[in-house]
Design a protein around this ligand. Structure first.
Ligand code: NAI
Ligand code: MG
Length: 359
């Protein structure tokens, strides 16, 4: 653990770089965050690094210390790079770090804003037109461990995994989505599958309509997730906010991230909206072992995740300026190779910092 000595007070951020390109992009993000708050005159952020991840696992047999969650609980936010490395099975790294954080801190909203930034090409959308947010339920639904396997390996094998939809869980994610839509363009689409999944999904639909009565100004509709996936590809500009259960939201947010151009750009926030616990901000990409250590990783996803952190911390203007500086940088041609450019991580980061300073 290292404390870089910034003033206490202000926002306290736990930084988990993780594995591969994780630390590379997250350190880029830290520098941009520092500049953004400095030029904005916001209280300084303080960053404390935790060297948790697969290397830590090889040494200690755990992805983070036993009291890791207690340590993180003291912070206002968690800023994460990526976790996972070929020497450790992916389910070990995921269940040993990210999932305990998401569940332990009741981060029930997974928020994934999608916009096509200028300077990024998408075969499917025009720059400036695509601007939507996917709200995914992050703690229950289809991702449950209720179930079991009987008569393993025999012709009579039976495998059952139950979905868990609670009224509290469904209501709170839908209310969050309606609020999000209310603060944006006022359009909400709920992802359902109540034609085939005849118990949980009609319940989801029912609560969607119930909560909707509190939001007469939001234009809300339900769509079956398969048709919705197709429309996200064919007509992504028509969406504002999309909300889905854990599984449907996971798949649909991946579709929209792909539509927006590149995996190196998209951010995500895992939110505990009540702020009883810290929320976590990360790029959606992984540790990219194929390019780790080369200094060419795209820092955009981490930087954009940093803007979500600032917004959550109460500095939305600084966050907006940061995103604008990133967009101008990409539009100006300073891009990493995944976006068809030739700039290094460092060059993109410096260019964003430069633009923040010159505004
Ligand atoms: P990945 O996202 O790491 O890489 C997929 C492809 O995209 C690779 O070709 C990579 O070079 C490229 N890429 C990803 N991010 C990039 C960036 N910022 N700049 C330039 N190119 C980039 O996904 P993959 O390969 O499936 O997973 C690698 C490891 O990461 C696995 O151990 C996986 O479990 C972990 N992972 C962790 C996540 C997290 O921490 N939330 C999310 C996804 C994967
Ligand atoms: Mg996913």
């Amino acid at each position: 653990m290292e404390d870089f000595g910034q003033q206490r007070g202000g926002v306290r951020i736990a930084v988990i770089g993780g594995d591969g390109i994780g630390p590379e992009v997250v350190e880029a993000g830290v520098r941009v965050l520092e500049t953004a708050t400095e030029v904005d005159g916001s209280p300084p952020l303080s960053f404390t690094r935790f060297p948790w991840g697969c290397e830590y696992y090889i040494e200690h047999g755990r992805m983070m210390p036993e009291d890791g969650l207690e340590t993180l609980a003291d912070f206002d936010a968690i800023y994460l790079g990526a976790v996972g490395w070929p020497t450790v099975p992916d389910h070990v790294s995921l269940w040993g770090l990210l999932l305990p954080i998401r569940r332990g801190f009741d981060q029930y909203v997974n928020l994934r804003p999608v916009r096509l930034l200028r300077g990024v090409e998408s075969p499917l959308a025009q720059p400036g037109t695509l601007d939507l947010t996917v709200v995914r339920e992050n703690t229950e639904g289809e991702y449950s461990d209720a179930g079991g396997r009987m008569f393993s390996g025999t012709p009579h094998e039976v495998v059952i995994q139950e979905s868990v939809f609670t009224r509290r869980g469904v209501e709170r994610i839908l209310r969050y989505a309606y609020e999000e839509a209310k603060g944006r363009r006022g359009l909400l689409v709920g992802a359902t599958k109540s034609n085939g999944i005849s118990i949980t999904m009609p319940f989801f639909d029912e609560v969607f309509r119930e909560v909707g009565e509190e939001y007469p100004d939001v234009g809300a509709s339900l769509m079956h997730a398969d048709a919705l996936a197709a429309r996200l590809v064919l007509d992504p500009e028509s969406f504002d906010v999309v909300v889905g259960s854990n599984l449907l939201g996971d798949i649909l947010s991946e579709v929209t991230a792909a539509v927006s151009g590149a995996i190196g750009i998209a951010p995500s926030a895992n939110l505990n909206p009540e702020r009883d616990h810290p929320s976590l901000f990360e790029p959606i990409h992984g540790s990219a072992p194929d390019i780790a250590g080369e200094g060419i990783a795209n820092p955009s996803g981490a930087i954009w995740a940093g803007t979500l952190l600032l917004e959550h911390a109460g500095y939305p203007e600084a966050g907006e300026r940061m995103l604008a500086a990133l967009e101008e940088t990409l539009a100006g041609g300073t891009r990493t190779s995944d976006l068809g450019g030739s700039a290094s991580t460092e060059e993109v980061t410096e260019a964003v910092i430069e633009r923040l300073r010159s505004h």
